[in-house]
Design a protein around this ligand. Structure first.
Ligand code: SF4
Length: 302
């Protein structure tokens, strides 16, 4: 179940100038045009098997802590996979067709391999830590605050652990593999984003940020300090200014990278010979996104 922790209002009642989550900030850093397709045009994307598997594994790890500590074993966790998958299917029946688009592939074999990988990820979690020795303070915590600039930050934190001394650990599960050293900063950006929100909400800097990669069983840990989080605040404010400039000018540049291989929008992307649709006219003018609470993004789970 999602818990919620929000700052009541912007400092001094200042006007909220925009809203940013780590995933959307990441989209803009990856490719401004991708941000446009997702946030401004809101073009639906076909759920990928990897993202849905991420959602399933996250659901199992969240539910695991509803079970009494002594029974949090690999066998118990694996037993949760079936019921959690049924629950996801009931919520989104179209997930039943997840593998149907695979040309000529054996749908049943693909489904079996997908499930086997989900099982392996759940088992790998137990190599990284022992959940019998943990009682998380929060799981699936929705956090939201407003910076001095008026920019609202929000997102979902997988797990928050609080030590008896009051020190806070922010934990995020990823079902992909740990990034190479030169991509670690990018992976940590999301965690520093959450740390900044928690610092603003609670007044203390989280002691540890922990990314658990269930794809290969690695853990990335980082202890932030105030200078780090002030730098993160400057970065998100600058990012918002860049987004604002793109909104005002209508110029959303494509940025080609290896991530294009997984992009759902190649057919409408100029870098692949496509043409973006006309910008929608929403609310206050062309390209202004509506301000609403976004659901958790399954792509963040991978
Ligand atoms: S295909 Fe690549 S360049 Fe084009 S929108 Fe997607 S991520 Fe951006």
């Amino acid at each position: 179940m999602t818990a919620i922790e929000t700052g009541a209002a912007s400092p001094g009642g200042a006007r909220v100038i925009g809203t940013l989550s780590p995933s959307r900030a990441g989209d803009f850093m990856t490719c401004p045009l991708l941000y446009r397709f997702r946030v401004i045009d809101r073009i639906p994307e076909r759920p990928s098997p990897a993202a849905v598997r991420g959602t399933l594994v996250h659901a199992v790890l969240e539910r695991l802590f509803d079970i009494p500590a002594a029974r949090r074993t690999p066998a118990t966790a694996l037993e949760l996979l079936g019921p959690e998958w049924d629950r996801l299917l009931a919520e989104e029946p179209e997930l039943a067709d997840l593998f149907d688009g695979e040309d000529g592939a054996d749908v049943e074999a693909a489904r079996a391999e997908w499930l086997a990988e989900a099982r392996a990820m759940v088992e790998r979690y137990f190599v990284l830590e022992d959940p019998r020795r943990l009682e998380p303070a929060s799981r699936e915590l929705y956090v939201e605050t407003v910076l001095d600039s008026g920019l609202q930050l929000r997102g979902y934190i997988d797990r928050l652990d609080v030590a008896p001394t009051g020190e806070v650990r922010v934990v995020d599960y990823k079902t992909g593999k740990a990034p190479r050293a030169d991509f670690e900063a990018r992976a940590l950006f999301q965690m520093k984003f959450y740390a900044l929100v928690l610092w603003r909400l609670r007044g203390t800097v989280p002691r540890l940020l922990q990314l658990m990669y269930l794809g290969n069983g690695e853990v990335l840990r980082y202890s932030p300090d105030e200078a780090d989080l002030r730098a993160t605040e400057r970065k998100v404010d600058a990012l918002w200014q860049a987004i604002r400039r793109a909104m005002d000018s209508g110029e959303w540049r494509p940025r080609k990278s290896r991530l294009c291989d997984w992009c759902d929008h190649q057919q409408r992307c100029p870098s692949f010979g496509g043409e973006p649709p006309p910008l929608p006219v929403v609310g206050g003018g062309p390209g202004m996104p509506a301000d609403e609470v976004a659901p958790r993004d399954p792509r963040d789970d991978v």
